[in-house]
Write a protein that binds this ligand. Sequence first.
Ligand SMILES: Nc1ccn([C@@H]2O[C@H](COP(=O)(O)OP(=O)(O)OP(=O)(O)O)[C@@H](O)[C@H]2O)c(=O)n1
Ligand SMILES: C[C@](O)(CO)[C@H](O)COP(=O)(O)O
Length: 232
Amino acid sequence: MPKYVALVPAAGAGLRMGQAVPKQYLPLAGRPMIHHALRALGNCRFIAAIHVLLAPGDTAWDAFDWSALGGRVHPLRCGGATRAETVANGLQAIRGDMDEADWVLVHDAARPCLQRAWVERLVRELAEEEVGGLLAIPVADTLKRADRNGRVLATEPREGLWQAQTPQMFRYGVLAKALAASAASEVTDESRAVEMLGLKPRLVVGDAANLKVTFPQDLPLAERILSQAEEP
Ligand SMILES: Nc1ccn([C@@H]2O[C@H](COP(=O)(O)OP(=O)(O)OP(=O)(O)O)[C@@H](O)[C@H]2O)c(=O)n1
Ligand SMILES: C[C@](O)(CO)[C@H](O)COP(=O)(O)O
């Protein structure tokens, strides 16, 4: 039986957030933001280990008490210059414990509203897949292409368009090969690297509440979502 391991890239600087502290450590619903994603992954008992990928110079992680998360959370100081590099380094760091067919679930530290039910849906729907896939939501709005002056150039067809979320879940062997072969600058998610191998990751319906905290205005929204969530 393949095992399931989570990687949580948390080596970003959060520049678009514009705060002195990287956004994964900003207070959110009484905890550092990253705590919420780690708790949701920890609620999935089938996940054998949760590796948190920190920047080599991270000084914030050790300032918090993570004991409430239990013994499956392991920090690795292997962050790179881009998200793709961070994940590639994380895969290298755990390679001794992994078989080619084991599953890796990559989830952003900056998506704190994750729920166990969504992870379980992803895992259930990908169980028979060779390659893997990702949570995503079909684009619901009419799409406009803008010119440089903020005026509409065109209305774009939205058929077949989805917004990628995380977790993104791939076989260890496929993902390691994909990230090793791709230029980090071209890859903003794991799926893109896998697509560049000519493979077709499966899209699994996610939830709009699984937002990525990117800008300051996302924080109160995430806090409201967390306050209404049913999971502990
Ligand atoms: N070199 C990097 C860059 C990003 N990330 C992580 O990837 C996730 C999604 O990235 P994003 O929202 O872009 O985070 P930042 O890079 O921190 O934000 P910004 O682009 O605004 O600086 C975050 O959990 C972030 O910590 C990472 O591990 N290593
Ligand atoms: C992986 C991701 O969260 C999927 O939506 C996203 O691509 C990473 O965020 P970024 O802001 O584009 O780095």
